[in-house]
Design a protein around this ligand. Structure first.
Ligand SMILES: [Cu+2]
Length: 178
């Protein structure tokens, strides 16, 4: 049973490390402050330019970085409606987010999915170009993507376009910054 003990302690350490950045997992719900919906709606006055298409953001109530991303999207001009859900699995499946390309929250705008910490300029360009596709994704939670700020630091990451067959192509690339 020693092996089990070791694995369990390791997952706890991993969970704590993950929590420091953000917590997409329900296991950490108890130790995380609830997301404030009011905070999101109060930031409307910070809008710069309004985007015509409303955006629905599906997230678990305990996801801090999802809340930050939703707040930033309002500041970027999106009209955001947050829907708190226990599990994101059904909506990801419905919208056709490839299982290996997922992140912590899933948004929907103009019939497209916006998966994870996608920069707002890419969503705006998607809404302008309207490609025949399912949506955009930033898999995982790269440091320095919107909602995952850590000073000025940025891990290099790609925004992927997912077509109707589930094929992905790089839509935009963000180089690393130190
Ligand atoms: Cu996140």
């Amino acid at each position: 049973m020693n092996t089990h003990t070791t694995i369990n302690s390791m997952s706890i350490v991993f969970a704590i490390a993950l929590l420091a950045a953000c917590s997409p997992s329900p296991d950490q719900a108890q130790s995380t402050a609830p997301a404030s919906k009011n905070g999101v709606h109060n930031s409307i006055e910070a809008k710069i330019e309004t985007v015509d298409e409303p955006m629905v953001v599906y997230m678990t109530p305990w996801c801090g970085c999802c809340t930050v991303w939703a707040e930033l999207s309002e500041q970027a001009g999106f009209e955001v409606e947050i829907r708190e859900v226990e599990s994101l699995h059904p909506i990801k499946e419905e919208l056709g987010v490839p299982p290996a390309m997922g992140s912590c929250h899933t948004a929907k705008t103009a019939g497209y999915f916006i998966e994870g910490h996608v920069p707002f300029e890419d969503i705006k360009s998607l809404l302008t170009k309207r490609p025949d596709a399912r949506g955009l994704t930033v898999p995982g939670m790269p440091i320095g993507s919107p909602g995952m700020e850590q000073g000025n630091r940025r891990q290099a990451f790609d925004v992927y376009l997912v077509d109707h067959q589930g094929n992905t192509s790089v839509y935009n690339h963000y180089p690393s910054r130190h």
